[in-house]
Design a binder for this molecule. Structure first.
Ligand code: NAP
Length: 307
């Protein structure tokens, strides 16, 4: 029987583990299908407070993990496939193992949707990014592309014109899913060129990283190339909430709902942290902050229920 099981080992889960560990709760962290979370997909993180020279994303999560272990957190690898939250103790199944716990912190994160190209996977963090706020700064004075036609793609294309010499907005249809105001803003921006209706066939690279993209016209099949130093894939995120469907309250996009700015969910004793309930900020530091809140809420809950 565990006091606290934490699902997910990104910034949110690891921060929750540090706080719960330090409160002598001996948390158990179930790593998830992407141990270390989205930070493992990036290179230098320059906006996490406390690292004036920046820190590599994987190093930051490694440090957090060591810090959690120092305070007694235990780690198990594997992804959670099922939970039973109908009564306490809750039951959490990952692979062959089932764990019982008095409280649960869900920090399962969200995964950026990807195009599914081998080159995209290989160049992730080396010219390919899923986060403009995190990586835009590295492309000062360089041409880049944003892939997608939703509000995120529009927002990121606009944002990236602060740094890039030119931004190609590459989308598979001529129509945009994004709101009118966001699309109009993009169309009015002289630094942005729309490239539609095209599908990304390949991300091209040389020794220094990304050099361009090969595109295929979705209507005519004609092939073309654009030369860019960076590709921002902005085709949406999927919160990792499948095992919680029907048990925890979610919004229309599948993100978990926390009550009144706390980490409490609709099930007493189940708390939420990080991108799994945040489609707005999605930053390492906000995820870490919410992990702290969830651990404090879990500790309080255990105290009140005298465990
Ligand atoms: P989204 O609305 O789901 O849009 C995803 C975009 O990516 C669509 O244009 C889609 O094309 C394209 N796409 C999906 N899979 C693709 C693939 N395999 N290959 C190529 N293109 C692909 O996602 P989002 O833009 O991240 O927005 C998510 C939610 O957050 C939305 O409700 C949005 O309004 C909201 N949001 C709001 C703001 C704001 O108001 N400031 C900012 C950001 C996000 P198709 O259109 O052809 O399907």
């Amino acid at each position: 029987m565990h006091n606290v099981v934490i699902i997910g080992s990104g910034c949110a889960g690891l921060t929750a583990a540090i706080y719960a560990g330090r409160a002598s709760l001996k948390p158990l962290v179930i790593d998830g299908h992407e141990p270390g979370g989205q930070l493992t997909l990036t290179t230098t993180v320059e906006n996490f407070p406390g690292f004036p020279d920046g820190i590599l994303g994987p190093d930051l999560t490694d440090n957090m993990r060591k810090q959690a272990q120092k305070f007694g957190a235990e780690f198990k690898s594997g992804a959670v496939t099922a939970v039973d939250l109908s009564k306490r103790p809750f039951r959490v199944t990952a692979g062959e193992a089932t764990y019982e716990t008095q409280t649960l912190i869900v920090a399962a994160g969200a995964s950026a949707r990807l195009l599914g190209l081998e080159s995209e996977r290989k160049l992730m963090g080396h010219g390919v990014s899923t986060c403009a706020t995190c990586d835009g700064f590295f492309f000062r004075g360089k041409p880049i592309a944003v892939v997608g036609g939703g509000d995120s793609a529009m927002e990121e294309a606009n944002f990236l014109t602060r740094y890039a010499s030119k931004v190609y907005l590459v989308h598979r249809r001529n129509e945009f899913r994004a709101s009118k105001i966001m699309s109009e803003r993009v169309q009015a921006n002289p630094k942005i060129e729309l490239v539609t209706p095209v599908v990304v066939e390949e991300i091209l690279s040389g020794e220094g990283g990304v050099t361009g993209m090969r595109l295929k016209n979705a209507k005519t099949g004609a092939l073309s190339e654009v030369q860019v130093d960076g590709v921002f894939v902005s085709i949406g995120h999927e919160p990792n909430t499948k095992p919680f469907r029907g048990q925890l309250d979610m919004d229309a996009n599948g993100y978990l709902i926390a009550k009144n700015g706390s980490s409490h969910t609709n099930v007493p004793g189940v708390f939420v942290a990080g991108d799994v309930h945040d489609s707005r900020y999605r930053q390492a530091i906000t995820a870490a902050g919410s992990g702290c809140k969830a651990a404090i809420d879990a500790e309080k809950f255990l105290e009140e229920h005298s465990h």
